[in-house]
Design a protein around this ligand. Structure first.
Ligand code: C5P
Length: 318
């Protein structure tokens, strides 16, 4: 069931090459519950897609191959641990065909940064292979494959803003008015998501962790597109990211990054997802540029990027 997304002229079965553009995300709110029997945590995950993009190009080939370009390409695996390769394998298996395709990832999303860059590549490869192969998989089936690939992958496919329940894969679209201007401070080196969740459990060992719920004030502010209201709503829930103390515990230097962005005029400063990228909400575009410059000269991050939100989900560009 479900409708088939438009493939576009290059997405016909005869196409030799299909490119899909996929956004990064920031977790405006990430409420984390206690660990479940399966090791995952139930979440109330307020996802917002932001305008930093990876591009995944699928080209007909006689074996499954992954290549990566971009400044941080060396940090990206090219074996089947790459979610793009896994996506091709899962889609091919669904349709009883070989996963023979060359996937090229033009990487602009920070690697292992808490911005769902690996998930973006999984969603992008899935859409690109479906268009290249002419397999015309319905949206519901694509979303099921995404959820198999990882908790954040369904959101990478749909983009915009959404509430993720369960482990983050059960999505409900949210109203989000734009543009909101965000600044992202990219750290040296990544953080492992399982390690950050493990640190969350360690820090929470002595207290009862409540069931996660979204803040109505955060959802209202997202819908209104008012950055001041959103910052106030986040301040009222201690910043919004329950993983932030765990990320700071594993990487204490992030406190300096958060302080530098706040001193430069950010309305809100938070670790993005499991980190170590830090996200700053700016009042407007000029302020975002100033915050980015101040962060880069502060010496508390490797580089800073400005992005607008909400951004559209994965889409075929050629
Ligand atoms: O789903 P994904 O592969 O992205 O998850 C990576 C790891 O992050 C999981 O193995 C788990 O340790 C942790 N995780 C979690 N609860 C979630 C999502 C991820 O504990 N809701």
């Amino acid at each position: 069931s479900g409708s088939t997304p438009p493939a576009g002229p290059a997405g016909s079965a005869a196409a030799r090459s299909v490119t899909v553009r996929v956004p990064a995300k920031v977790n405006v709110q990430l409420a984390v519950g206690p660990p479940r029997p399966d090791g995952f945590h139930d979440l109330a995950n307020v996802f917002l897609a932001v305008g930093l993009y990876d591009e995944v190009t699928a080209t007909a080939a006689d074996e499954l191959r992954v290549t990566v370009s971009g400044p941080d390409a060396a940090a990206v695996p090219t074996d089947t641990s790459n979610l793009a390769a896994r996506a091709a394998q899962l889609l091919a298996a669904r349709h009883g065909r070989e996963p023979h395709v060359h996937l090229h990832i033009a990487k602009d999303i920070p690697v292992a940064g808490g911005m769902a860059g690996g998930s973006a590549d999984g969603a992008g490869a899935l859409l690109a292979c479906d268009a290249l192969w002419g397999t015309r998989t319905g949206t519901d089936e694509l979303l099921r494959i995404c959820a198999e690939l990882g908790s954040d992958v369904p959101f990478s496919l749909v983009g915009g803003a959404a509430l993720g329940r369960g482990r983050g894969e059960q999505l409900t679209a949210l109203a989000a008015k734009g543009p909101l201007y965000w600044v992202f401070a990219v750290a040296d080196g990544g953080l492992s998501t399982p390690e950050v969740y493990g640190e969350f459990d360690r820090l929470a060992a002595d207290r009862a962790v409540p069931d996660p719920d979204p803040s109505p004030a955060v959802l209202d502010a997202l819908g209104s597109g008012d950055p001041t209201a959103l910052a106030a709503a986040l301040a009222a829930i201690a910043g919004g990211n329950d993983l932030q103390p765990a990320a700071l515990s594993l990487r204490p230097s992030l406190a300096g990054t958060l302080a530098a962005g706040t001193a430069a005029g950010a309305l809100a400063a938070l670790v993005s997802g499991s980190g170590p990228t830090c996200a700053f909400l700016a009042p407007d575009e000029p302020a975002a540029t100033e915050i980015a410059t101040a962060l880069e000269t502060s010496g508390t991050c490797r580089k800073a990027r400005v992005a607008q939100a909400p951004a559209p989900g994965a889409s075929v560009v050629s």
